[in-house]
Ligand binder design. Structure first.
Ligand SMILES: Nc1ncnc2c1ncn2[C@@H]1O[C@H](COP(=O)(O)OP(=O)(O)OP(=O)(O)O)[C@@H](O)[C@H]1O
Ligand SMILES: [Mg+2]
Length: 260
């Protein structure tokens, strides 16, 4: 159950080595209920590795992960998804030639009731389109007119919105997004940022990885700074300047004691 003091998702001492390369050097993470936690750090700091460990795409060599205070161990992304953790990857994980509704239900298609669905595996397209419409409306994605439209005809921002909508539709505990606004224009980024805020306002906590400091400072409640495979600092957005956050990220400045 959600308690305001218990992290929804917590990592302690995660270690991941690739031969001589240490991607995660004993990193921690705490995601509190209802917050947007930004994860920032230089290239190679271990952000994606951390997120992969939390979303089951990577099995850490050591360390623990807890969800709602209970120890979990994810052997695959399906395990994490089954636990309510949805991840939006930076490389758009949508199938362009399929329509929006099919993309939303990719890998968990609804089948028709009875023998048509159970034996003949016939899809219930009407149900999926109705549900897709409901999800998109619920997220305030009004610019998408028709859930039957092929994703390849959508703009980049709308595609990203579909990926976010899919995560929001199925993520019941945590949503993780790796660089969701990278390569998007101003208006498209705006729409995705609004979606992230909307998801948070509906009570789902979000982990947002981004190199875009203005975006981070606009939406994050707290900022996790990853450096050399570890969490170097955890800061309240309201109490830190952008330049100090960047200085800690690059090692030019040490965090203050309370921030570690
Ligand atoms: N599959 C792999 N094989 C070998 N080394 C890897 C692998 N994945 C990651 N690494 C190494 O682990 C370190 C952390 O990589 P990671 O992708 O987590 O960084 P990142 O913080 O996401 O960087 P970026 O900002 O560039 O996305 C890097 O030194 C990287 O080269
Ligand atoms: Mg990365």
């Amino acid at each position: 159950m959600t308690s305001p003091d218990i992290p929804v998702l917590q990592a302690r001492g995660l270690i991941k080595r690739y031969g001589n390369v240490i991607a995660l050097a004993g990193t921690d993470l705490d995601l509190m209920p209802g917050e947007i936690l930004a994860v920032i750090g230089d290239n190679g700091a271990g952000k994606s590795s951390l997120i992969k460990a939390l979303s089951g795409a990577l099995v850490p060599d050591d360390g623990t992960i807890t969800l709602d205070g209970k120890r979990v161990s994810f052997g695959s992304p399906i395990d994490a998804r089954d636990s309510g953790i949805e991840t939006v990857y930076q490389s758009l994980a949508v199938a362009p030639s399929l329509d929006i509704a099919s993309n939303l239900f990719l890998g968990r298609e609804r089948r028709r009731k009875g023998i048509l669905g159970s034996v003949f595996r016939i899809l219930d397209r009407d149900a999926m389109r109705q549900e897709a419409r409901r999800q998109l409306d619920g997220l305030g994605i009004m610019t998408i007119q028709n859930p039957g439209q092929a994703v390849e005809t959508l703009s980049g921002g709308q595609r990203q919105a579909v990926a976010v909508a899919r995560a929001a539709a199925f993520g019941s505990r945590v949503i993780i997004m790796d660089e969701p606004t990278a390569a998007l224009g101003v208006r498209e980024s705006r729409a995705v940022l609004d979606l992230i805020l909307h998801v948070r306002d509906q009570g789902l906590p979000v982990i947002l990885i981004s190199h875009n400091m203005p975006h981070v400072f606009e939406v994050a409640d707290r900022i996790h700074i990853q450096r050399l495979g570890r969490r170097k600092a955890i800061l309240d957005r309201a109490n830190v300047s952008m330049s100090d956050a960047v200085a800690i990220m690059t090692g030019a400045m040490e965090p203050q004691d309370g921030d570690r």
